[in-house]
Write a protein that binds this ligand. Structure first.
Ligand SMILES: Nc1ncnc2c1ncn2[C@@H]1O[C@H](COP(=O)(O)OP(=O)(O)OP(=O)(O)O)[C@@H](O)[C@H]1O
Length: 347
C-alpha cells in the first residue's frame, strides 16, 4: 500500500505568509517505550478542512496536542499559521483555537460568563467583550441558556459553547478533536453546519474523528493514521479508489441482450437470474468509458448502469490494524442504502 496517495506539496521555506496553514515533517513522539508517532508528515492548505482518521490510540490527540503546542515532539518540525512551532510557540497559540476532548468550558459558571472570561483572557475591553459574547451567544443559539450554569447544558450545547469560546480569539486555524463524539444526529448535523460556516469564513479546520461519514462529509483531504504513521492521504474519493471493491453493474431486461453482453464482456461476474453483470472498476471516467465502448462495439445497451465505489469504512478497515474499532457511526440513509446494495451484491 502506498504511504501517500498524493504527492506532498512543498511548503514555504522563507517564513513569509503562505497559503499553507499547517506543515509538519517527521513528527515523532514516544511515551516510555511506546512509540505513538513515528514520523508524521502533513501539509494542510489554508481555508480547508483536514480530517485525521485513525483507530483508538492511533495518536490523533497526540498530533493535535503537538501542533497546538501543548506537547513537545521528540523529533520533527512543524509550521502552524506561518510560525515555527518550536521557535515561536506564543505566535502559534495566538493564531489557533483548540476544542474537543480537553474542553475549556467551566461548568460552574454560566455560558455567558465563560465567554466573558475568554474575552478577558484575550484582553478585550469590557464593552468589546460584552459585544463579542452577545454576538456568539446569538450565532450559536445559546441566548436562552446564556444565564444558566454550563453544567446544565446538553452535550450539543456544551460543544457549541466550546467552539464559541474558541472564536473569541478570532483564530485562523481551529483544531477540533472528535467534535461530535457522543452527540445525537441533530446535534451532529448542527455541528457540521457550524464547521462549514467557519470554513466559508476562511478558517482552516483540523479535525480528528472516528466517524468516517463525518470525514467524508466535511473534509477536503483525509489522512489515515495507523501504527504511528500516515498510511494514506487524499480526498475521500481518492482514498476510496485505492481499496478493492469498486465495480460497475449493468442490468438488462432482455435475456438475449444480457447473453450478448456477457459473451462480450469477458471477466464480468454474471448473475443470470437478475440479468446483471458486475465488472471490477475503480470508478474512474477512463474505466467507465472503456466499458461503454465495449458495449457500443457489441451493439448492446444496458437498461441500467450503476457505479459502486468502496466507502470510507472499506478504506479504514483495509488500512488500519485488524483490532481497530472505529466508533459505530450513526448510519445515514445513504450508508444504509450502500450497505443494503453491498448485501444485495454479495448474494
Ligand atoms: N501523557 C501520556 N502518557 C503516556 N501515554 C500516553 C499519554 N498520552 C497519550 N498516551 C498514549 O499514546 C497513545 C495515543 O494516544 P492518543 O490519545 O493520541 O490517541 P487517539 O488516536 O487520539 O485515540 P482515541 O481515538 O482513543 O482518542 C495511546 O496509547 C495513549 O495511551
Amino acid at each position: 500500500m502506498p504511504s501517500s496517495v498524493m504527492p506532498t506539496p512543498r511548503s514555504a521555506a522563507d517564513g513569509r505568509p503562505s497559503s499553507t496553514a499547517i506543515s509538519a515533517t517527521g513528527l515523532r513522539k514516544a511515551y516510555g517505550d511506546k512509540t505513538v508517532l513515528d514520523g508524521v508528515d502533513l501539509h494542510i492548505p489554508a481555508g480547508s478542512v483536514f480530517a485525521l482518521l485513525g483507530p483508538n490510540g492511533a495518536g490523533k490527540t497526540t498530533t493535535v496536542k503537538i501542533l497546538s503546542t501543548l506537547v513537545t515532539p521528540d523529533a520533527g518540525q512543524a509550521r502552524v499559521a506561518g510560525h515555527d512551532l518550536a521557535a515561536e510557540p506564543q505566535a502559534v497559540r495566538a493564531a489557533i483555537g483548540v476544542t474537543g476532548q480537553f474542553s475549556a468550558v467551566d461548568g460552574l459558571i454560566t455560558g455567558e460568563e465563560n465567554l466573558l472570561l475568554m474575552a478577558d483572557l484575550h484582553h478585550l475591553s469590557r464593552h468589546e467583550g460584552r459585544r463579542v459574547a452577545a454576538g456568539l451567544l446569538e450565532r450559536f443559539d445559546l441566548v436562552q441558556a446564556a444565564k444558566k450554569p454550563a453544567s446544565t447544558y446538553s452535550g450539543g450545547m456544551k460543544r457549541r459553547l466550546d467552539i464559541a469560546m474558541t472564536l473569541v480569539g478570532d483564530p485562523r486555524i481551529i483544531f477540533l478533536d472528535e467534535p461530535t463524539t457522543g452527540l445525537d444526529p441533530r446535534s451532529r448535523h448542527a455541528m457540521w453546519g457550524i464547521i462549514r460556516e467557519l470554513v466559508s469564513g476562511g478558517v482552516t479546520i483540523f479535525l480528528t474523528t472516528q466517524y468516517l461519514d463525518e470525514a467524508d462529509e466535511l473534509a477536503d483531504r483525509i489522512a489515515v493514521l495507523n501504527g504511528g504513521r500516515i498510511v494514506a492521504q487524499g480526498t475521500a474519493e481518492e482514498l476510496k479508489r485505492i481499496v478493492p471493491g469498486g465495480h460497475v453493474r449493468l442490468r438488462f431486461s432482455a435475456p438475449d441482450v444480457y447473453q450478448r453482453a456477457a459473451a462480450d464482456l469477458r471477466g464480468a461476474a454474471r448473475d443470470d437470474e437478475a440479468l446483471t453483470l458486475r465488472i471490477p472498476s475503480d470508478g474512474s471516467q477512463r474505466e467507465l468509458r472503456s466499458v461503454l465502448d465495449r458495449l457500443d462495439a457489441a451493439g448492446v445497451e444496458a437498461d441500467e448502469l450503476t457505479v459502486h465505489t468502496p466507502d470510507l469504512d472499506d478504506v479504514f478497515f483495509a488500512l488500519t490494524d485488524g483490532d481497530a474499532t472505529p466508533h459505530p457511526a450513526p448510519q445515514t440513509r445513504q450508508t444504509q442504502n450502500q450497505a443494503r446494495t453491498q448485501q444485495e451484491d454479495a448474494r
